[in-house]
Write a protein that binds this ligand. Sequence first.
Ligand code: NAD
Ligand code: FE2
Length: 350
Amino acid sequence: MVSYVVYGRGCFNQLDEILAPQRKGKSPMIFLVDHYFEQKPLVARIPLRDHDKIIFADVSHEPKTKQVDALAQALKQEFGDVSGVIGIGGGSVMDLSKAVSLMMTNPGSSADYQGWDLVKYPGVYKAGIPTLSGTGAEVSRTTVLTGPTRKLGMNSDFTPFDQILLDPELIANVPANQRFYTGMDCYIHCIESLTGTFLNEFSKSYGEKALSLCQEVFLGDGQWGPEQDDKLMMASYAGGMSIAYSQVGVAHAVSYGLGYLLGTHHGIGNCIVFDKLEDYYPQGVREFKQMVEKNGIEIPQQITRGLSEEQFDSMINVSLGMKPLWENALGPDWEKKMTREKLRTLYGKL
Ligand SMILES: NC(=O)c1ccc[n+]([C@@H]2O[C@H](COP(=O)([O-])OP(=O)(O)OC[C@H]3O[C@@H](n4cnc5c(N)ncnc54)[C@H](O)[C@@H]3O)[C@@H](O)[C@H]2O)c1
Ligand SMILES: [Fe+2]
């Protein structure tokens, strides 16, 4: 779990104080900042000291193992050691900073650690400051990376942040579409966790709270303001806590295939898949469609049209590789229930 959490409007101003005890001599703090904030006022509020460095991360594409390796390599060359890596951004920057922190101390390539419990050593100090809410990446024990052969996280006890700073002011200006897609990631986490076979009281307690917060903000009176931002930020946190002790399910397993082959982003990819999952999550999909309509969002259709059978095969391979997700969704005999043919039909509908 994340060791330290601060929450509240304006708590970004405490960052200098929070980082002070983590500084190791002259070794710098590295701020990995979402490229969206280049030229934005937030950058001037980052508490730089001595050799600290801001690196703007281009997240037009979701994080890749190559990008993580290059960033860690460059930091080792320039500084030898760093005091910490501080991620400021959406889920992509959260994941990038977790992975770079781990690759400052673990040998080889981040691709070697895609899987469960493969990371050998704790990384350098890492803190996460989300500027988009929904993924739960701020609390999870994974960092999702696209590698040479798969899209899979570095899932390990060393992966969670040492500190997170949840300041709802930072998500105030997210465009409505992006807010919805990333917010629905949280909604889908709740449905997949609460209907999954891995469910337990820990996951249920967090999942139910996150679900009701999602319902309040996305099925409310249509107004969006500070109150909704406060709620969505806590929904993301609780939704992430819910899957920390269970798993996600069908939407995520299928969406990973889209992400791997087509580069479809996580939030929108989950929406594209979830929209067609009424056989698996009837009540959740019905409510999701209400949210789509109420918020005036369009879910892209027919994005797999015209793909070759080879391409469908490659998405199916990625998806069926996510065994814990399928097992959570369909039970221990999931392989009998989700055949390649069935998955081919589902991909054809997207
Ligand atoms: N580690 C985990 O547990 C976990 C869970 C779910 C998803 N993920 C990962 O999270 C990523 C998706 O994250 P996301 O949905 O937060 O989107 P994102 O981080 O990919 O960002 C989407 C877009 O929003 C922009 N953006 C960020 N903050 C903004 C702000 N305040 N205002 C306006 N624009 C802003 C970014 O620059 C980017 O263009 C994927 O890489 C996915 O694999 C990780
Ligand atoms: Fe997700």
